[in-house]
Design a protein around this ligand. Structure first.
Ligand SMILES: NC(=O)C1=CN([C@@H]2O[C@H](COP(=O)(O)OP(=O)(O)OC[C@H]3O[C@@H](n4cnc5c(N)ncnc54)[C@H](OP(=O)(O)O)[C@@H]3O)[C@@H](O)[C@H]2O)[C@@H](O)CC1
Ligand SMILES: [K+]
Length: 510
């Protein structure tokens, strides 16, 4: 790829490490667009969008011989037509499939169509040109105006989508990958593919960054995300409020020389149902959480296994202090409860919910609460008596707590995390691609780190331990969750190529 410094300042590569960028839903993006259009900018927003697409496209595919653009009938297609004119003017052999009608499109899109014609762009109505890996394809079929209308399989738009999916050239998506919903990161019905696309993806988001690019199916669909505000000041109006922010690199506080283990807090992990109870020993999960807490800076880590003392010594981890649940100090440090807890964890939950000042609830603790209204009441009451809670559900656990199902949770992950946070007065970490961190009265965060190496048993237990460690070291709950989720994903991104990621190795990484 050409040096990023060669790009004009208006086209900025979204740095994962930057974090903190605001994300805006479609309604607010439309508001921003309307305010910007009122000012009749010149060049028009669409001309700016087209020029930015062409500039980024040239950086992505500097040796392209051909550029092919699939353009829809709306303004997203207009962006593509403006880009086509710019590609052609820059000397690329440029061809376009346009689904629009010059008699029925917006005035901006009409102007873009005229510009493309004037530049000498080739308009196609049959198969696209044969592209190779160094060429470029542009997806300008649908943006934020996509509706849930389902198309028949022989619709021209569906066919263009299939060509884009199978195209050997990198694909640059204008504003959004076609069919991806900006607010949720879910595909519209009939627009998702079972297999991953053949070539790399880039997305240049206009005016605002949209939450759907970073959660659910968004990360796979969008590939590398870029952003151009088209010269519009997003903060010019008090109604332009973000719906979330993108989480990024964070550091724990540096340590003073004059400090000791007590300065970095205690983490007590409760979990690990014994083998004798139901024939399923689950101590490993609790050991993973405790190990992660230890390796991520907690001053002291206690391990209370629910195996009635069967495990008396952990030779691999002499730093972990074994405890009976009855010997824990609930008002000190952070209690992480549930990892591998099985059914046995239900017995300790009333005391943990009533007495632990800072409580992380994971896995089987969440499942037990979901089926017991008395435990639900205790959980919801904690905030009223000054006790704090972080929940770390995966989508199924969140669905059980919400009384819904995984499809409903995944259909709007931001909303599900917000609802669970409100219902339980807790910080919620909704795990999955683009984990969501939601807390009452705080802007939710979508984590930007991580990859599919984390899809292996035990990584959730490691995360629970890391959340506990960050919280024990003094970060507020929302920030502790943000740090742990980001760090967990970042470690996976740094994982040595060709080496399997195991939860045990991840827990020892810091
Ligand atoms: N205004 C500006 O200056 C700026 C605009 N910008 C750009 O505009 C984009 C938004 O443009 P937009 O509002 O025209 O919506 P867009 O995404 O093109 O879709 C509408 C078209 O798609 C069609 N269609 C919808 N759903 C469908 C479906 N399921 N299946 C099939 N067809 C479907 C729909 O057809 P209809 O329903 O009207 O029959 C209509 O033709 C935004 O994402 C950004 O790229 C930025 O550059 C900033 C400056
Ligand atoms: K698009």
């Amino acid at each position: 790829m050409r040096s990023l410094t060669a790009l004009p300042p208006a086209v900025r590569r979204l740095q994962r490490a930057a974090g903190g960028q605001p994300l805006y839903d479609t309604a607010t993006t439309r508001l921003i667009e309307a305010h910007a259009l009122d000012a009749a900018p010149s060049p028009s927003l669409m001309q700016r969008a087209g020029a930015a697409l062409a500039q980024l496209g040239r950086a992505i595919a500097p040796h392209a011989r051909q550029v092919w653009l699939a353009c829809g009938a709306g303004n997203n297609g207009g962006d593509g037509l403006q880009a086509a004119a710019a590609f052609q003017a820059a000397g690329y052999a440029t061809s376009v499939h346009w689904l629009g009608d010059p008699q029925r499109c917006s005035s901006d899109t009409h102007a873009a169509w005229l510009a493309a014609q004037k530049a000498g762009v080739r308009f196609l109505d049959s198969a696209p040109p044969a592209l190779d890996a160094q060429d470029l394809a542009v997806d300008a079929l649908l943006g934020i105006g996509a509706s849930t209308r389902q198309l028949p399989p022989n619709d021209p738009l569906v066919q263009l989508l299939q060509w884009l999916h199978l195209c050997p050239a990198p694909v640059l998506c204008a504003d959004l990958p076609t069919g991806l919903q900006a607010d949720t990161g879910q595909y519209l019905p009939g627009m998702a593919f079972e297999r991953a696309p053949r070539s790399p993806r880039h997305t240049l988001s206009f005016l605002t960054l949209k939450p759907g690019l970073f959660t659910g199916a968004g990360r796979d669909a969008a590939g590398e995300v870029w952003w151009d505000d088209l010269g519009v000041d997003l903060n010019q109006h008090p109604d332009h409020r973000p719906c979330a922010q993108l989480g990024g690199a964070m550091a724990l506080r540096s340590r003073a020389h004059a400090s000791h283990k007590g300065s970095y807090g205690d983490v007590a992990v409760i979990g690990g149902e014994g083998l004798y109870l139901r024939g399923m020993g689950m101590g490993g999960a609790a050991v993973l959480a405790a190990t992660a807490a230890l390796h991520h800076g907690a001053g002291r880590v206690m391990l209370a296994l629910l195996d009635e003392g069967a495990c008396q010594l952990l030779p691999q981890q002499p730093e972990l202090m074994l405890r009976q649940v009855s010997a824990l100090h609930w008002d000190q440090g952070v209690v992480v409860c549930g990892c591998g807890g099985g059914q046995a964890v239900a017995a300790v939950l009333p005391q943990a919910l009533e007495q632990a000042h800072r409580l992380v609830l994971d896995a089987d603790a969440l499942n037990a609460i979901a089926t017991d209204s008395a435990l639900q009441h205790l959980l919801a009451s904690r905030a009223h008596i000054g006790l704090h809670t972080i929940l770390t559900p995966h989508p199924l656990e969140a669905a059980r707590l919400l009384g819904s199902d995984t499809t409903a949770v995944q259909a709007d992950r931001l909303q599900a995390a917000h609802q669970l946070s409100q219902q339980t007065s807790s910080t919620v970490v909704l795990k999955g691609s683009g984990s969501i961190i939601a807390s009452p009265h705080q802007l939710p965060c979508i984590n930007g780190s991580g990859n599919a190496l984390l899809a292996t048993a035990g990584t959730g237990d490691v995360l629970a331990g890391m959340v506990g460690a960050a919280w024990a070291q003094g970060l507020p709950p929302h920030t502790a969750a943000q740090w742990a989720v980001w760090r967990h994903g970042h470690l996976a991104e740094q994982w040595p190529a060709g080496q399997a990621l195991t939860a045990g190795a991840l827990a020892r990484c810091s």
